[in-house]
Design a protein around this ligand. Structure first.
Ligand code: SF4
Ligand code: SF4
Length: 79
C-alpha cells in the first residue's frame, strides 16, 4: 500500500513542548513548530507523510489530550 497508513493530530494548546513524541516516532514523522503555542512552548507538529498509525507517540505524550492517532482502514475484497 502506498502513502501513509495512519495520521495524527496534535492538540497544540495542550502541548508542553517536551518533544518526547518527536524523539520516539520511529518514522521521524513529527517535527517542532517554528512558532509558540498559547502556553509559550514550541509545539510538536505532525508531518503525516510516513505515519503508520503505530500509536507510539500517543503513549510517549505525558499530556492526556495531547495527541490523537488515526489508522487508515483498508477494505479487503473476498476472493
Ligand atoms: S503514530 Fe507512530 S508513526 Fe505515526 S506519528 Fe505517531 S509514532 Fe510516528
Ligand atoms: S509528547 Fe505531547 S506534550 Fe510532548 S511535545 Fe509531543 S505532543 Fe507535546
Amino acid at each position: 500500500m502506498k502513502g501513509p497508513r495512519g495520521w495524527i493530530e496534535i492538540m497544540e494548546d495542550f502541548c508542553k513542548g517536551c518533544l518526547l513524541c518527536v524523539e520516539d516516532c520511529p518514522q521521524n514523522d513529527i517535527e517542532v513548530a517554528p512558532y509558540l503555542n498559547r502556553k509559550g512552548f514550541r509545539p510538536a507538529l505532525p508531518r503525516n507523510e510516513k505515519c503508520t498509525g503505530c500509536g507510539i507517540c500517543f503513549y510517549s505524550c505525558p499530556e492526556p489530550r495531547g495527541i490523537k492517532v488515526f489508522k487508515t482502514v483498508v477494505e479487503r475484497k473476498r476472493a
